[in-house]
Design a protein around this ligand. Structure first.
Ligand code: FBP
Length: 250
């Protein structure tokens, strides 16, 4: 069974990430309307995204009338930027409840290298089994962090993270930009057949973002799961449409 098919177009994916209100707080909402979930849902529809990523509370309050319009991915764990020390992101929503909210897939962040990695591995293992029983795909955010990790953007660290996703049973993995295209190709190969998507990170120039998106595709990546580089821009819809073309084109 291909659990991912509801969020794939032409075997690629373009997901609008919007869990930042929890992870970073309102400081990310540089434009007033980016604090409004309805604006994000409209953007997801008109911008040709293959899915939108919400935490459970936003999904409960805003998603119901959008079922069958934009596929929903519910992020099952999360934390605030105030959490200090070794990172751990607790489970705050079950796969069953995500399904009731209309989700076709779920997401879970793992911080490999953290002192609490074992807890996240255990929770993630249970999430994968439950989600698959419910016919839902699991996307793993793989962000190596903690005292043991000197530099989470080190290409070898990013490649290791990609492989961890395959080992742990993810259907799709989300990693940070590994600085050079050759490492992106390596990460894609190490995770195969698990699909690899890239996070956007902090807002960069449009030009650089288009360049990276093209590199993701030519390197065998499946697409993007991106937030700030879209909805922090005044021309978010225009940018999204252009990126969607790059991503879905064969
Ligand atoms: P961006 O494209 O805005 O970087 O979003 C990707 C994402 O993974 C979000 O889903 C999440 O809220 C955020 O980055 C977490 O980033 P970090 O843990 O690096 O602060």
């Amino acid at each position: 069974m291909n659990y991912l098919s509801p969020i794939l177009r032409n075997n690629r994916t373009f997901l609008l990430a919007y869990d930042h209100g929890l992870e970073h707080g309102p400081e990310d909402f540089l434009l007033e309307k980016s604090a409004e979930p309805e604006f994000i849902l409209e953007l997801a529809e008109k911008g040709n995204f293959s899915g939108v990523i919400f935490q459970k509370g936003i999904a409960e309050k805003y998603y119901q009338s959008w079922q069958n319009i934009v596929p929903l991915i519910v992020k099952l764990n999360g934390k605030t930027k105030w959490q200090a020390g070794e990172p751990y992101s607790p489970l705050i929503c079950s796969p069953e409840y995500a399904k009731d909210l209309g989700a076709v897939a779920v997401g879970y962040t793992i911080y490999p290298g953290s002192k609490f990695e074992h807890l996240m591995f255990k929770e993630f293992g249970q999430v994968v089994e439950k989600a698959h029983n419910l016919g839902m795909a699991v996307i793993a955010w793989l962000y190596p962090r903690g005292k043991k990790i000197d530099n989470e953007n080190n290409p070898q660290v990013v490649c290791y993270a990609a492989r961890i996703g395959l080992e742990l049973g993810a259907d799709m993995i989300k990693i940070k930009w590994p600085l050079e295209r050759k490492y992106l190709e390596k990460a894609v190969n190490l995770a195969r057949p698990v699909k690899v998507v890239l996070a956007g990170g902090e807002r960069i120039s449009e030009e650089e973002f288009f360049k990276r998106t093209k590199e993701v595709i030519v390197s065998g990546g499946c697409g993007l799961a991106v937030g700030r580089n879209i909805w922090q821009r005044k021309n978010a819809l225009e940018i999204a449409k252009k990126l969607a073309k790059i991503i879905y084109q064969r």
